[in-house]
Design a protein around this ligand. Structure first.
Ligand SMILES: [Zn+2]
Length: 122
């Protein structure tokens, strides 16, 4: 079982690898998609990142989050999976109420913003 902290570390590693592959000097912003419960998850994410980004290219990066959509699966038709912003959703294929998939992923890396070096910081 991977802890949330390990997952966040893995997302950060992914961001750092991407920044290095771009030849960036630092990461200026980290954009995350956060799944419900949004506020709780976001608070934990921010506190973990504050610690994990220390002395990395992502130190002092702005952390930008947006809520992810809820994911649903329909068991009536061919187990169609779809996403919706709503708490409850109807299958777009057969019209039956779909089942919310409990999210084991609490957050995901959306994209990063980088800069060439420490210079030019606002
Ligand atoms: Zn369906």
């Amino acid at each position: 079982m991977i802890s949330e902290r390990e997952r966040v570390q893995a997302l950060l590693d992914q961001a750092l690898a991407e920044a290095r592959s771009q030849g960036a000097g630092r990461i200026t912003a980290l954009h995350f998609i956060v799944y419900s419960p949004f506020r709780e998850t976001e608070a934990r994410l921010r506190s973990m990142l504050q610690e994990l980004t220390a002395q990395t290219l992502a130190e002092n990066a702005q952390i930008v989050t947006r809520p992810g959509p809820n994911r649903f699966i329909c068991y009536r038709c061919c187990a169609l999976r779809f996403e919706s912003e709503d708490e409850a959703a109807v299958c777009p294929n057969c019209g039956h109420t779909a089942t919310l998939i409990p999210s084991d992923i609490t957050c995901a890396l959306d994209h990063i913003e980088t800069a060439e070096s420490d210079e030019g910081q606002d």
